[in-house]
Write a protein that binds this ligand. Sequence first.
Ligand code: PLP
Length: 393
Amino acid sequence: MPPIAKRFATLPDYPLATIPQRKRELLERGVDVIDLGAGDADIAPPAAALERMQQAVVEPPMSRYGFGMGYLPYREAVSAFMQRRFGVACNPMTEVVPLVGSKEGISHLAFAYMEPGSVGIIPEPGYNAYQGGTLLADGEAYRYPLRPRTKFLVELDEIPSDVLDRARILYLNYPNNPTAAVAPMEYLERVVKTCRERDILLVYDNAYSEMAFDGYVPPSIFEIDGAREVAIEFHSLSKTYNMTGWRQGWAVGNPTLVGALGKTKTFLDTGSFMAIQAAGVAALESWADFVPKNVAVFQARRDAAVTAFREAGFACDVPKGAMYLWIALPEGVPSHDFANRLMDDEGVIVLPGASFGAGGEGFFRVSFIVSPDRMREAAVRAGRVLAGMLAVV
Ligand SMILES: Cc1ncc(COP(=O)(O)O)c(C=O)c1O
């Protein structure tokens, strides 16, 4: 057997990798499965996007290579959205890059900025593309534990100075997956200041910018003075428009950062299907009709989930954003054991906190991807498993 590269051996298992197979086995056994695993909505994308897709798919030019340029109206629609939503101006040609889903861009950007000896600061628990990109690009991962103590914020002044000296990228994501924490403006100002002082690239993952509750409006990092110098921001159609499988996102930033990502991508992909980009334009233009109603559906699920899990004996905050509950487990209940028992004994799929890295131990994640009734049923089953485990702790 040819030897595998050392960098590959440093990759941990991907949290969601084995779940589809285990879910199939449960379904084959006739189990009533409630899947609260992936952040993958069960409701339809905007009608306007579906219609535009149906038209675009038969337009012959759409079937040609999109290349890095992609479908120009998509770049323009992204730029218009950034202006309308955040008051952020960006040139559609030089400051926007279409992505084959934001995960692709987040992980590939590291190829342009990481090298042996450089460090990626990675929130743990956190989205796995951060460490994936860093490790695959031969960088070193510095994992900062996101815990309630800092309100799940990465506090840079707690990171050793020699690590900060070598830090090339800081990955931040608010509203946060999986903790559902949000970042105050004052915090973002501090982070931008430090990144500017230390020449650290701030990768701001804003995948949940439109998933917010109770009137909270998540900002763009570019609302912070000076962020243009050091930040690149990632967005996605996935969560906002229930379009996870379509694989369409974008990044925004200054021409140097966006250009570096764009150039890297010319060696890795040739653009997404342009019919999807055309549908993306329709989705972005349907924001006012679609997003508030869609968010209301998720808010109702959130409310049901918070009440039901609390009644079932769990502790959790009421999240202001994203589509998750990050639920604490009592001491002595390991998150992998709990999630395995919940899946095997009760057919409920949740993600153990430790699958997001050691910093996530002591918690599990629930996604709002089923109806309020099913959320309540899942919580009752989870309560039974917890009670069983506590009886023997
Ligand atoms: C924090 C975060 N960033 C990015 C993504 C990736 O989204 P996309 O579907 O655009 O690749 C996800 C998906 O779960 C996510 O949770």
